[in-house]
Design a protein. Structure first.
Length: 515
RNA sequence: CGGGGCGUAGCUCAGCUUGGUAGAGCGCCUGUUUUGGGAACAGGAGGUCGCAGGUUCGAAUCCUGUCGCCCCGACCA
């Protein structure tokens, strides 16, 4: 559909809070949702974003839950420097190759007044410092000193940090020059143990994505072409966005002994032999917020899964026509107090009362756009009937219902869980509708052929097809169709024959266009 | 780094072709009427038109240079 064909009938269509809609222009819709839901905005610095309070509160909840999961699996937090000496990065050849092109480099440590009031860098550093694009090397340096004996293993460390990758093109949350993330780094005495750790942390990510973000993911392994620089194996979780593209949402790497050898991370075994450690690294970033937006948001803005929402409930007091506005407010405060003591997934239900002096409609739509799971409109009528008027973000914005106050308080936990489940079910149904098994190259090409239209409308999806693993074929398909192997699923599959070469294939792999 | 586009009020943009006192909508402030759903009316604040040169009596407008941003590719979490 092109926009010009929509305009004449626009008046008849339901007004949406976000313009354009997903169908009209998906990338622009995404940017608008992020901005209009108050998550973040572009900053004065190229490619960097300002995360606003609403987005920051959301990220804090991600951190809190993930941090708990990391602790529960035996990891401890530490913090390493932002700067990495250049020689550290030079140690692992493949690693340098992978990141060198996108590193910010600090070469001076002082500014001096130049002509016309400008500032000129001065005091050149003897060795340039690289702003970390990831911390394998600087953490590996610490590990090489911390680990002496098999008794020091496994060493399980996580850090919450910002990293910088000087990307060519950026998009809020999905790819920014600076982003927030956590990176886990572990060292083990054996290959098997390290591989178990790699799989365990992938499971943690999948658990978080599905049970907290309500975002279905496929767990799998990357092909060599998509592997992390320096890794032996890269495991990942892949999710489908509403334009049917895949988004890599988390990765867990088995690094073998590559980094241990490059950085001299050794231990003395029980038998007294000096051995190299086996290491892993794994990370998720603020990209997960972008993933949530593109999984759940609709044409009216964000839809937050209750378990991670900064506030599960907002109360909108309708005081303008009340005989006694203060009484209505007190009624609202009482409801909030009753709700705030209800436990909800390790926290308590968070309630906001929006007493701002704004018109009802304006205020209401702000919270719709921000994606709060439940809105309660409470006025004199409700107070008189001892009830609340509830709107759920997973339902149409006119499907509101009156619920007796005490019934609402006792049911609210279940309602939130229902919303959480609904979001998940809708996402998984969407993925199912746009996934299919493909058994010939011809069908494959037809599946991914873009329909006409400017901008390109959503098309394709996840194609489950047999593939022999030939790297040249993979590259050719990427060049011709912009489609890549998102992952080789970890789940069991039936053997078959490659749709491109006719050679044997162990199982179907997932092909898709991706971010 | 290639290809395209754009820098004018807080935001979105018109004005530029054909040089002559800086515009609109939204937002913001004040007032009145409103208010169970994205209000109406009236008044008001707010801009040396990205920057630097040049042409001219006179430049947002023409010329040259420069910086920045956005979009599409290549690259990537």
């Amino acid at each position: 559909m092109c926009i010009s064909s929509i305009l004449p009938t626009m008046a008849k269509q339901a007004k949406t809070a976000i313009t354009p809609t997903r169908a009209e222009n998906y990338p622009e819709w995404y940017q608008q949702v992020v901005k209009r839901s108050d998550l973040a905005e572009n900053s004065a610095v190229r490619g960097c974003m300002v995360i606003k309070p609403w987005g920051c509160a959301l990220w804090e909840n991600y951190q809190q839950v993930l941090n708990g999961m990391f602790k529960a699996t035996g990891h401890k937090n530490a913090y390493f420097p932002l700067f990495i000496p250049k020689r550290f990065l030079e140690k692992e050849a493949e690693h340098v190759e992978g990141f060198a092109k996108e590193c910010a480099v600090v070469t001076h440590h002082r500014l001096e007044a130049g002509p016309d009031g400008t500032l000129v860098p001065s005091g050149e550093l003897e060795e340039p410092l690289i702003i970390r694009p990831t911390s394998e090397t600087i953490i590996g340096d610490a590990f090489s000193r911390w680990i002496e004996s098999y008794r020091d293993l496994p060493l399980l460390i996580n850090q919450w940090a910002n990293v910088v990758r000087w990307e060519m093109r950026t998009r809020l949350f999905l790819r920014t020059s600076e982003f927030l993330w956590q990176e886990g780094h572990t060292a083990h005495a054996s290959s098997e143990e390290a591989m178990e750790e790699t799989e365990r942390m992938l499971d943690v990510y999948a658990d978080f994505a599905e049970n907290w973000m309500a975002m279905p993911v496929i767990t799998g392994e990357k092909t060599a072409a998509e592997r992390f620089p320096g890794a032996i194996r890269t495991l990942c979780i892949e999710a489908m966005m509403q334009d049917r593209k895949a988004l890599q949402s988390g990765t867990s790497h088995f690094l073998g002994q590559n980094f241990a050898k490059a950085q001299d991370i050794t231990y003395q075994s029980e038998e007294g032999k000096l051995e190299h450690c086996w290491t892993t690294s794994w990370g998720v970033s603020t990209r997960l917020i972008g993933a949530m937006v593109m999984t759940h948001a609709d044409d009216d803005g964000l839809r937050l899964p209750p378990r991670l929402a900064p506030s599960q409930i907002v109360i909108l007091p309708m005081t303008s026509r009340a005989d006694d506005p203060e009484a209505v407010l007190n009624f609202c405060r009482k409801i909030a107090d009753d709700l705030r003591v209800i436990p909800y997934h390790g926290r308590h239900i968070e309630v906001e009362i929006d007493e701002r002096d704004l018109r009802g409609g304006e205020k209401n739509w702000q919270w719709v756009r921000r994606g709060v799971p439940i809105r309660l409109e409470v006025g004199q009528r409700d107070m008189a009937a001892d009830s609340v008027f509830m709107a759920r973000r997973d339902q149409g914005h006119k499907d509101k219902q009156t619920i007796e106050r005490t019934a609402f308080v006792s049911r609210v936990h279940d309602i939130l869980e229902e919303i959480q489940a609904n979001l998940y079910d809708q996402a998984i149904a969407f993925r199912k509708n746009h996934s299919c098994e493909i058994d010939s190259e011809e069908d494959f090409r037809a599946y991914f052929a873009p329909p006409s239209g400017e901008p390109t409308p959503p098309h394709g999806g996840f194609a489950w097809a047999h593939f022999c693993g030939d790297e040249d074929v993979e590259k050719r398909i990427n060049d011709e169709l912009s489609v890549t192997v998102r992952c080789i699923p970890l789940a069991d599959g039936e053997p078959g024959t490659c749709i491109f070469t006719g050679k044997p294939s162990l199982k179907r792999v997932v092909w898709a266009k991706s971010y």
